[in-house]
Design a protein around this ligand. Structure first.
Ligand code: PLP
Length: 440
């Protein structure tokens, strides 16, 4: 099965007659499909567009959706959506807001009511002593992270983050022209960053250290002790901003708890930005609200950027977010329990596949098994050399969509997002086991 970069189809994944390709992290002279001569006669897009590419996760999810629409029996473990809806009180708040909608622009920082609801929410997590001026909002954590990159990174600055990483980190770094220093944390170290790795990375004085806990794609959660050990190292390097993208903080299993560097070393507050979102916790990814808590100058910078692009979070959306953050928490709590049970089902199924190793996830809703035992083998005559070919063959023959690990900087693995309806989970896992059993 041919896999690789193809100038003619540019930066898109394609799924044509069993062929699935990853967008390449590579500079394009031009992202267009047009011939050189025609292109040269046209106005050129900005160089940063040559560095931008569509989210690999969205593309495979879209491919799976299209196959399903064409009548194929597809089980999707691809996109990281929580797959539940928020409680009734959230819809009631949105309806109520609609009934007296002002129809006006809102605050660039976020309405006072939204900021106050977020303050209470983060206080319950352990972030004390923050005020409205430490906060800002955005259209989802993704846009907030993009804003932070714009606010903190000059072109050529270094940003470091552990791999496996959420794909967007690298993409945003590329777009703003920052240099990404990826810190590889393989399955042999449970996909977790060690203090020694962090020390070596910070010695290069990066402008930003970006950290994600619980992790997408691995589901790993750092213990209190692990966070404290990393915080000790961070405290020694005052030149580096710290972003903790912890949007899965309410989805932590096994009583391990959510921990942040500032809980261990409060002085890190002056340069640490905590990122949160209503997307995963409340089953509201389409409502698009992300939030930060950090130093006042950073919150102000993000607010200024907002004033120049999004302006504000819409009033009705803000009302729903306030209800989610400050209303009953029974839906997220029940879902957290359900995801822990599903995690157990996934791990039990993977443990039965010879050679597949899956460090035990303790949060979010992902598992990230090392599938490299399959590389160099064939499935019904199709040779599988890497994760992309593996996922293409799995989708093509078994109708199960998973995301290749190379999208997250770890080509030995693939991501299973297990929020599908419970009835699909065991059959989907059985198909994966069947696929492995058919390798020769
Ligand atoms: N950060 C991580 C680690 C994520 O997994 C995601 C979404 O998948 C986001 C941020 C973006 O979340 P939002 O929906 O709030 O933009």
């Amino acid at each position: 099965m041919p896999v690789g970069y193809d100038e003619a189809i540019g930066i898109f994944w394609v799924y044509v007659a069993g062929d699935l390709r990853l967008p390449q992290r590579r500079m394009l002279k031009s992202p267009g499909l047009l011939s050189r001569t025609h292109e040269e006669a046209m106005p050129q897009l900005a160089q940063r567009i040559g560095r931008a590419k569509p989210s690999a996760i969205m593309v495979i999810a879209e491919t799976a959706k299209q196959l399903k629409a064409s009548g194929r029996d597809i089980i999707s473990f691809s996109i990281g959506v929580p797959n539940f809806l928020p409680g009734d009180h959230v819809y009631a708040a949105a309806r109520e807001a609609l009934s007296h909608d002002s129809g006006q622009y809102g605050s660039n920082r976020g309405s006072d009511a939204l900021l106050d609801a977020f303050l209470k929410h983060i206080e319950a997590l352990g972030f004390t002593g923050y005020g409205r001026l430490n906060l800002s909002v955005g259209i989802g954590a993704k846009q907030v992270l993009y804003n932070l990159a714009e606010a903190l990174l000059n072109e050529g600055d270094e940003i470091c983050f552990p791999a496996p990483y959420w794909t967007t980190y690298h993409d945003i770094a590329d777009i703003v022209g920052a240099k990404a220093n990826v810190l590889h944390c393989g399955p042999d170290q449970n996909y977790k960053l060690t203090p020694q790795q962090l020390q070596a990375a910070l010695a290069r004085k990066p402008k930003v250290f970006l950290f994600n806990n619980p992790s997408n794609p691995t589901g790993m959660v750092y213990t209190r002790e692990e966070i404290a050990a990393l915080a000790e190292v961070l405290a020694q390097y005052p030149d580096t901003w710290i972003i903790t993208d912890d949007i899965y903080n309410s989805m932590v299993f096994d009583g391990i708890g959510y921990h942040n560097f500032v809980f261990a070393r409060p002085e890190l507050r002056d340069r640490l930005i905590f990122v949160d979102s209503i997307s995963k916790t409340y089953g509201m990814p389409g409502w698009r609200v992300g939030l930060i808590a950090g130093p006042e100058n950073v919150a102000k910078a993000v607010t200024t950027l907002n004033s120049n692009h999004i302006t504000s979070v819409p009033e009705v959306i803000a009302a729903a977010a306030i209800a989610a953050l400050s209303g009953p928490q029974d839906v997220p709590q029940a879902k957290c329990k359900e995801f822990a049970q599903k995690r157990d089902v996934v791990l039990a199924a993977l443990a039965k596949i010879p050679g597949v190793v899956c460090p035990r996830p303790q949060g979010a809703f992902y598992a990230f098994p090392d599938i490299s035992v399959a590389f160099g083998k064939s499935h019904h005559g199709t040779r599988i050399e890497n994760d992309v070919e593996f996922c293409a063959a799995l989708l093509g023959t078994k109708g199960v969509a998973c995301v290749p690990g190379s999208a997250f900087g770890e080509p030995r693995a693939m991501r299973i997002s297990y929020t599908c309806p419970t009835a699909q989970l065991a059959p989907g896992l059985a198909r994966i086991a069947e696929f492995f059993a058919e390798l020769s």
